[in-house]
Design a protein around this ligand. Structure first.
Ligand code: NDP
Length: 449
């Protein structure tokens, strides 16, 4: 897809020039600006008040050194980031990612996406994201703790329950959140809901662990319902075997489907009898081992090196839940040829623009991450509410709120897509529905920053 209007084309060129060598950020901005052309035509006041120019520029980007001592007594140095992208509708909110591929451009892309996703949830949360190029893989618990403490020593200066509330993401789960929370509390001497994804004994919310995966399936079920269809009886392929992937698989089973393939960054497993999810949980959540170990205890299953080939496995529903740009145009063609009905992004931007075009052209139901994986941050928002009330809701209460939120996101995205002339285009719908609330808030608050 290319720009129709000179205005958006110029703005995109400026973003590329002002943020050089950040391809993921450019990709995320381009997708949104393409969808904004009809909005700019309909609402000239957003153009005259510079909303589009302002929304693509982070309010603040913090970079810092993170030094820590490994088990051999050697000093290690990593880089830390927090991009506070937009606070028009609430405190900055978005996860922390620990992975060697993290750099400023990756964090900007994630923070930018987060603005629209958080807005779509209907909860008062601005957009932000952070992380480090630290790799928790292969590190001892002691090393992870010392890294997290050092990381939080600097981050604590910039966050707060009413300012910026980080959460987990790739490489940041319950263990890392716990270490960071402990350090924040020690530094600030206050017990507040400054992080979400906390353990249940110190302010965490029920369902937060499951929320992104469950929410992704709730959203997919809503899309399928528009064609009088459902998960029941379908074969599902899910990439990744982390937090999002595992709980997407759990909900897919609950909704009557069979998960036939899952992966990690090395390769994928295929089990025609249906993946034994308890075995995957044991391997990945408890033992922190590679997914290829699965086949030794599951006759009839196979393992193949190279995670990208997972999309060759025939399925009716595909849920990419690992990382950005993991599903390209060629993989999308194979999925379409094999009869895929619905694809929903559990991960952030896992489908390349070419892949998205293939799905839209072939009328595959396609749920973009901003909408489909918003259940995680929505439940983080519910964790913040519970922390403010000093009260906990039951699993059923939180799950029912999550279900309602995903249903509303679907309804609102579909309504916006319909209003702008392309009812089945959830990319258009999610971007516009997410944008309008933030743009309106920025417009009403004036040009102060
Ligand atoms: P985890 O760290 O729990 O799991 C990540 C999974 O993806 C692992 O299986 C990992 O394999 C795999 N993976 C990571 N990097 C790559 C890569 N470069 N190539 C191939 N596979 C890779 O992370 P989450 O499940 O939390 O996050 C997954 C995705 O979902 C991310 O895009 C994240 O931004 C998004 N997301 C997460 C939310 C949450 O609540 N956690 C909320 C919304 C979106 P390995 O173990 O080999 O590294």
């Amino acid at each position: 897809m290319s720009f129709r209007t000179e205005y958006m084309k110029d703005l995109m060129s400026r973003v590329e020039k002002n943020h050089p060598a950040q391809p993921e950020f450019h990709q995320a901005v381009k997708e949104v600006l393409l969808c904004m052309e009809p909005v700019a035509e309909k609402k000239p006041e957003y153009v005259s008040s510079g909303i589009f120019e302002r929304i693509v520029e982070p309010e603040r980007a913090i970079m810092f050194r993170v030094s820590w001592v490994d088990d051999n007594g050697n000093v290690q140095v990593n880089r830390g980031f927090r991009v506070q992208f937009n606070s028009a509708i609430g405190p900055y909110k978005g996860g922390l990612r620990f992975h060697p591929s993290v750099n400023l451009g990756v964090i900007k892309f994630l923070g930018f996406e987060q603005i629209f996703k958080n807005s779509l949830t209907g909860l008062p949360m601005g957009g932000g994201k952070g992380g480090s190029d630290f790799d928790p893989k292969g590190k001892s618990d002691g090393e992870v703790m010392r890294f997290c403490q050092s990381f939080m020593t600097e981050l604590a200066k910039h966050i707060g329950q009413n300012t910026d509330v980080p959460a987990g993401d790739i490489g940041v789960g319950a263990r890392e959140i716990g270490f960071m929370y402990g350090q924040y509390k020690r530094l600030q001497n206050e017990f507040t809901g400054v992080l979400t994804g906390k353990g249940l004994t110190y302010g965490g919310s029920l369902v937060r662990t499951q929320a992104t995966g469950y929410g992704c399936c709730y959203f997919t079920e809503e899309m399928l319902a528009t064609r009088s269809d459902s998960f029941a009886g379908k074969d599902v392929v899910i990439s990744g075997s982390g937090n999002v992937a595992i709980y997407a698989a759990e909900k897919a089973y609950e909704l009557g489907a069979k998960v036939v393939a899952m992966s990690d960054s090395n390769g994928y497993i295929y089990d025609p009898n249906g993946i034994d999810l308890d075995a995957v949980k044991q391997l990945k959540e408890v033992e922190r081992k590679r997914i290829k170990e699965y086949v030794a205890s599951h006759p009839g299953s196979t393992y193949e090196d190279g995670c990208h080939n997972i999309w060759n496995v025939k399925c009716e529903i595909a849920l990419p839940c690992a990382t950005q740009n993991e599903l390209n145009g060629a993989a999308a063609e194979v999925l379409v040829k094999n009869g895929v009905l619905a694809v929903a992004e559990g991960a952030n931007m896992p489908c390349t623009p070419e892949a998205v075009d293939v799905f839209l052209e072939n009328k595959v139901l396609f749920g973009p991450g901003k909408a489909a994986n918003a259940g995680g941050v929505a439940t983080s928002g519910l964790e913040m509410s519970q922390n403010s009330m000093r009260y906990n809701w039951s699993f059923e209460e939180v799950d029912s709120k999550l279900k309602d939120i995903m249903k509303n996101i679907h309804t609102n995205a579909r309504a916006a897509a319909t209003e702008y002339g392309d009812a089945d285009n959830y990319v258009l719908g999610a971007n516009i529905a997410g944008f309008l609330k933030v743009a309106d808030a920025m417009y009403m608050q004036g040009v102060a920053y």
